[in-house]
Design a protein around this ligand. Structure first.
Ligand code: BES
Ligand code: MN
Ligand code: MN
Length: 461
């Protein structure tokens, strides 16, 4: 049998050098969406993606305003009778601190040991770029795609996708499709392919505890007033039970319990707890009792303190009662938890335990719902076949602890099934110093997507 995509593979190989150079140029743009001083860079990255879409022959390319960072839209709709797919990725990246831990500056990409190192290499510029390459192969080599594509590349995923839902609602007309393919998740490990079927939702909030007008002398006033920092510690300690479960009343009420079949599937994943501990540098794992590590990480909700500050942090000693203290906290949520409801529960609990003598405020920062996508959808099965063909091993079905808010939005606002097809394993160090993408996964990702469009075209409609 002749390989039906040999010409497209040949094109991919012949263009490998220019493609890598272009990928590195993309990585040089510091498109950090969370930091307002980088807004021009985020826009520059959007223009970069838009220009590439135009160059490969995608039509109606538009850097579309959202009220925040733009969405880059483009389509190619000439495969009459064939399915239409929305392709999603994000071109914004996480902040880069702590900078001193980077071997080379985060926006000065380095190619070493078969990896590209830079902020965004894996999350998610590498995956955006491999989609551009796959479409390019079809359009340049065959002059057409086998299916219809609508590209939607977001610029504020890493800062909570605040404007995306409104943009999706306003753009319904040009987002008609049969399925959405979200490439912003990963492999189980290394180059062991996986399809993500569950993502957790997120509720992110801040707690502010305010006491006296000013920092007070802790000798002169200690014993007379309540200490905001101590109070904050007490509030935070009240959020969990000794067995690791979240102590907020009602927190678990809407959680859909894991079925025996789901637990069995998770238990069969090749997870090496010892290696995992070593990778993250801890001597013991911890979490809600009664669940395995993989269950706790992917299929159970959590509450974490993400940061806390208040009072004196400088060198030496300063004897004060701080006037105020603060914490950022977040919950990862699972189906059927509602982020707005969980915020209310957490807020009500915090206010209920807040003592007199201080003022306590809880404010919502951002949120996104959880999602669970069907394993048995034909588009998911087609993706699994392509992954197995290219990576030589059957794809695992995994639940990820991270969040990609758009997944639930595609389902809820556009009514679309979603396939989470991503190519980056956990050791790519997304969000951390020295983030990287394996070049073999990047190139094989292109081959996978090239075939995936062909597979989807041949599915019975
Ligand atoms: N790509 C990640 C989400 C992810 C992480 C999926 C690990 C699969 C495995 C995404 O860019 C991300 O970091 N999301 C944020 C969302 C938040 C900023 C709203 C997250 O999960 O913290
Ligand atoms: Mn991402
Ligand atoms: Mn991310």
């Amino acid at each position: 049998m002749t390989e039906p995509y040999a010409d497209l593979d040949a094109y991919r190989e012949a263009t490998a050098d220019e493609r890598l150079a272009d990928y590195l140029d993309f990585l040089r743009i510091p498109s950090i969406s969370a930091l307002s001083e980088h807004a021009p860079d985020v826009r520059r990255a959007a223009e970069f993606v838009a220009q590439r879409l135009r160059t490969i022959g995608v039509e109606n390319v538009d850097v579309s305003e959202t009220g925040g960072h733009p969405v880059v839209y483009g389509d190619w709709l000439h495969a009459e009778g064939a399915p239409t797919v929305i392709v999603y990725g994000h071109y914004d990246v996480q902040p880069v601190d702590p900078l001193d831990l980077w071997v080379k500056p985060p926006f000065d990409p380095r190619v070493e040991d078969g990896r590209v190192y830079a902020r965004g290499a894996a999350d998610d510029k590498g995956q955006v770029h491999l989609h551009l390459a796959a479409a390019e192969a079809w359009l340049k080599k065959r002059g057409a795609l086998p299916i219809n594509l609508r590209f939607c590349f977001e610029g504020e995923e890493e800062s909570g996708s605040v404007h995306l839902d409104r943009w999706l609602e306003a753009n319904r007309a040009r987002l008609q499709a049969d399925v959405a393919v979200v490439s912003d998740s990963g492999f189980f490990e290394g180059n062991l392919p996986a399809i993500t079927i569950g993502l957790r939702g997120l509720m992110y909030a801040q707690i502010d505890v305010t006491g006296p007008h000013l920092d007070l002398h802790s000798g002169g006033f200690g014993g007379a007033v309540r200490n905001p920092a101590t109070t904050l510690a007490e509030i935070l300690a009240s959020l969990h039970r000794p067995d690791g479960a979240v102590a907020v009343p009602g927190f678990y009420d809407d959680v859909r319990p894991l079925t025996d079949r789901e637990r069995d599937q998770i238990a069969r994943l090749p997870f090496d707890e010892q290696a995992y501990k070593q990778m993250i540098g801890v001597d013991a794992l911890y979490g809600e009792s009664g669940y395995s590590t993989l269950e706790r990480r992917g299929a159970r909700p959590t509450l974490d303190v993400n940061g806390l500050w208040g009072g004196f942090q400088g060198e030496g000693a300063k004897t004060i009662i701080p006037a105020h203290a603060h914490a950022k906290i977040s919950c990862r949520l699972v189906v059927d938890q509602d982020p707005a409801r969980v915020f209310e529960l957490v807020r009500d609990h915090v206010l209920a335990v807040a003592p007199t003598g201080v003022r306590v405020q809880v404010t919502l920062h951002s949120s996104g719902p959880p999602s669970l996508t069907p394993i048995d959808h034909p588009a998911t099965q087609a993706a699994a076949r392509c992954l197995e063909l290219i990576f030589g091993q059957p794809a695992l079905y995994i639940r990820e602890g991270g969040s990609v808010p758009v997944t639930a939005s595609f389902e809820r606002i556009l009514g679309l099934p979603v396939v989470l097809l991503g190519f980056t394993p956990p050791d790519d160090q997304a969000h951390a110093p020295n983030e990287s993408m394996r070049l073999d996964n990047y190139e094989n990702g292109i081959r996978t997507v090239v075939r995936y469009w062909g597979e989807l075209a041949s599915l019975p409609r």
